[in-house]
Design a protein. Structure first.
Length: 160
C-alpha cells in the first residue's frame, strides 16, 4: 500500500455500537480515514469525500435494494463494496454476488477477528487497485512510445 495516501472508508451500519467498534478496530490497524453512516442515503450525501471502499451490512443492502447501489455506481465506478454478512445471509447473497462485483466478509462474534478479516480484505482490495493503476500508467507510456516510434519511422521513410 502506498504510504503517502490515506484511504477513505465509509461504513454503513444501522447498529451504532457495532459501527463504532468497527471504526475503532480498523483505525487501530491502519491509517484509514473512516466515516460511519446509519443509512445508505446519509452515506450518499457525503460521496463528495470520495471513499475508496464502502463497508455495508448485508441486511441494509437487502432492505434498501439495488437502487442505492445504482446511485453509488453512477457517482463513481471506482468504488468497491465490502458486504458484511452472517453465514446464513451469505447463502442468500450468492445470486447478488453474481450480478455485481462485491467483496464480502462473514461476521464474527469476536471483534478482533472481524477487524483482522476486514483489514486483510481492505489491504487486498487496495493492493489490487494500485496494481491496476500502475498497469494502466505503464500501458499509457507504452502506447506513447509506440506512437512516437511509428511517427519517427514514417518521418524517416518520408525523408528518404
Amino acid at each position: 500500500m502506498k504510504k503517502d495516501k490515506n484511504y477513505t472508508l465509509f461504513i454503513i451500519e444501522d447498529n451504532e455500537a457495532y459501527s463504532f467498534m468497527l471504526r475503532y478496530k480498523l483505525q487501530r490497524t491502519s491509517e484509514y480515514r473512516i466515516r460511519s453512516f446509519i443509512t445508505p442515503e446519509e452515506c450518499y450525501e457525503n460521496m463528495i469525500l470520495n471513499p475508496d471502499i464502502i463497508i455495508m451490512d448485508y441486511r441494509l443492502l437487502k432492505r434498501w435494494g439495488r437502487k442505492i447501489l445504482d446511485s453509488f455506481n453512477t457517482y463513481s465506478q471506482q468504488l468497491t463494496f465490502i458486504i458484511l454478512s452472517t453465514n446464513q445471509e451469505t447463502v442468500d447473497f450468492i445470486p447478488l454476488m453474481k450480478e455485481e462485483e462485491f467483496e464480502y466478509v462473514i461476521k464474527e462474534n469476536d471483534s478482533i477477528k472481524l477487524a483482522d478479516k476486514l483489514h486483510t480484505k481492505i489491504v487486498s482490495i487496495i493492493h489490487d487497485k494500485e496494481i491496476k493503476e500502475l498497469l494502466s500508467n505503464w500501458g499509457q507510456i507504452l502506447f506513447t512510445l509506440i506512437l512516437l516510434a511509428t511517427t519517427i519511422t514514417i518521418v524517416c521513410w518520408a525523408v528518404y
